[in-house]
Design a protein around this ligand. Structure first.
Ligand code: DAH
Length: 342
């Protein structure tokens, strides 16, 4: 047994001399520590050793194993260091323009459309504002001319926190704070995530995105509103988009409208997407109610303004032809990763 151990130590030392790259170190490991390696074979011999010698030999073999393992680690480190130095000093060069095989993620379609609309409005002098998702009753409703118990609240049921705050039902909830922050004149857009206690189906979600916009100045009229909406939509769809206004009721605007765009699927001739009407409802809007301006610290005698609440989620559905709104929050990468990366 003693002899065998001494023999293995010699064999290992000899073989280690030739281990000059990672592959040969691995071979060495297999040859000595592998299942059928020299040390493992020795372990088997141990079984037939006289019992009074077993303990001592067992310890020796274990020690030998440890030494070999430590030496292999050392060898690997030296080789890696050498290989790295060789790489640094080599004249070999790489084509950094070669496509890499690292998988990159893609932007969510809502993010894509949000950035696109932001760029368009930024170019027209609008600032982009951020606002909370948890707001109070005053900002979500009262400052928008929706008093407690007003029937308009029925359409916007939401989730309430124990402290009385709530998840905002619309981006309009930021109007008051932004008016107070900047005063008039003012041009701002504010995208945001909104929440409603809704039954979910292909067209309704309890979590969705809107983009609100307000423009306040002297002599702002509905013509300004139509101009900005038409410009933005034509840019988004990269073609001239027809719009039409229908009367609509929202307590925070007077007059209020529903802005429809010509159906982008059929071009206005009528199809299932637009329920054969040729028009799609996209963006409620109107002239800001004097009470809302007053609540925001702006004098309605001096200034007028328009506001709109663009359905970003809906716009993304139209632009990308997504038929089911649930796709957006599904986390289904098969669907979501199809969109271009920025
Ligand atoms: N906040 C309204 C909603 O989510 C949409 C809206 C209507 C926003 C008219 C506006 C507006 O700014 O002028 O139902």
């Amino acid at each position: 047994m003693e002899k065998k151990i001494a023999q293995i130590i010699d064999n290992f030392a000899e073989a280690a001399k030739n281990a000059t790259d990672s592959a040969s170190v691995e071979k060495l490991r297999v040859a000595f520590l592998g299942k059928k390696g020299e040390i493992s074979e020795l372990m088997k011999d141990l079984k037939s050793a006289p019992s009074e010698q077993k303990k001592a030999f067992g310890q020796k073999i274990n020690q030998l194993k440890k030494d070999v393992e430590a030496r292999l680690v050392e060898l690997t480190a030296t080789i890696e260091q050498k290989e790295l130095e060789a790489l640094i000093n080599s004249t070999e060069s790489y084509d950094v323009t070669m496509p890499s095989r690292v998988e990159t993620g893609s932007y969510h379609p809502i993010t894509l459309i949000q950035r696109e609309v932001e760029d368009i409005f930024a170019a027209m002098g609008f600032t982009i504002e951020d606002y909370d998702e948890i707001v109070d009753d005053y900002h979500c409703f009262e400052a928008l001319n929706i008093p407690k118990h007003h029937p308009a609240r029925d359409m916007q049921d939401t989730y309430y926190l124990d402290n009385g705050q709530l998840l905002k039902t619309h981006t309009s909830a930021a109007q008051n704070a932004i008016m107070r922050k900047y005063g008039a004149p003012l041009r701002a857009i504010f995208p945001g995530r909104c929440f409603r206690n809704e039954a979910i189906d292909a067209c309704h979600e309890n979590t969705f995105f809107q983009m609100e916009g307000i423009m306040i100045d002297k002599d702002i009229s509905i013509s300004n509103l139509i101009y900005f909406m038409k410009t933005m939509l034509s840019e988004v769809f990269q073609r001239d988009v027809q719009v039409r206004l229908r009367p609509g009721f929202f307590p925070f605007v007077e007059p209020g409208f529903e802005l429809d765009i010509s159906c982008q699927v059929c071009g206005g001739t009528g199809c299932p997407s637009c329920k054969n009407s040729g028009w799609l409802e996209l963006c409620p809007c109107g002239m800001i109610h004097p009470n809302v301006l007053t609540a925001g610290g702006i004098d309605p005698e001096e200034y007028t303004g328009f506001a709109f609440g663009l359905g970003l989620t809906r716009l993304a559905m139209m632009k990308y032809g997504v038929k089911d709104i649930r796709t957006f929050n599904s986390g289904n990468l098969k669907a979501l990763s199809q969109f271009e990366s920025l």
